[in-house]
Design a protein around this ligand. Structure first.
Ligand code: C5P
Length: 218
């Protein structure tokens, strides 16, 4: 059976996570948060000085990771049996994830974990290279972006809501640094797939973006 895949790629803070989750819920499809996989690996490595850990060792850790996403009313992510949901959301985890995500061997090692999410009746896949590398044959592809200031503002509000101390200037700088690293890396950089529909969410509500994406599928 041909399982439909909808890919949503874009820079950090564009609203991909929220939009993807709502769409997956409405369609009754599975949801892949590929960023969480890179973040989980970054967490696994925080014990080590990963910039000085060999790539082969990191690949071994990547392959051994036991990562479970539990989708109830609230999202729960377990890494080797431990609830790491809050730790995954930290800015520092995202930054470390972006550093290891630039290494091609590590990306290759995480490919199978991502492919495993493609299950009936369908998959919404959220990330940076979903439509270009991981699911190049996806039936529906979206590139979701927003202005850098809007993305920083959203991220700031998100962190505050979670009770995490945040500074708008620092977040803006972090987002810019991460986007630059993600866009300029040699392997699987953040670029729209040639056949992706481009949506700028700067002045659109979440609901408007959800409707626009759903109209592609329906
Ligand atoms: O989307 P999220 O902010 O959780 O991703 C964290 C980091 O993981 C990104 O900045 C990016 O470097 C990396 N990532 C990636 N490819 C993906 C998803 C995330 O390189 N498909």
């Amino acid at each position: 059976m041909d399982i439909p895949v909808l890919t949503l790629d874009g820079p950090s803070g564009a609203g991909k996570g929220t939009v993807s989750r709502l769409i997956a819920q409405q369609l009754g499809w599975h949801y892949l948060d590929s960023g969480a996989i890179y973040r989980a690996l970054a967490l696994e490595l925080t014990e080590k000085d990963f910039l000085h850990t060999s790539v082969a060792e990191i690949v071994e850790v990547a392959l051994a990771m036991d990562l479970v996403f539990e989708c109830g009313d609230d999202r729960l992510v377990k890494l080797n049996g431990q609830d790491v949901t809050d730790l995954l959301g930290l800015e520092s985890t995202g930054n470390n994830a972006s550093k290891i995500a630039a290494i091609p061997e590590i990306r290759a090692a995480l490919l199978q974990k991502q492919h495993d999410f493609k299950q009936a009746p369908g998959l919404v896949a959220d990330g940076r290279d979903m439509g270009t590398v991981v699911f190049p044959d996806a039936k529906y592809k979206v590139f979701l972006t927003a202005s850098a200031s809007k993305r920083a503002e959203r991220r700031y509000k998100q962190l505050k809501q979670k009770g995490i101390d945040a500074n708008l200037l620092e977040i803006t700088a972090d987002i810019q640094e991460r986007d630059q690293r993600d866009s300029e890396r040699q392997f699987a950089p953040l670029i729209p797939a040639a056949d992706a529909v481009y949506i700028d969410s700067s002045i659109l509500s979440i609901q408007a973006v959800v409707e626009e994406v759903l109209s592609l599928v329906r």
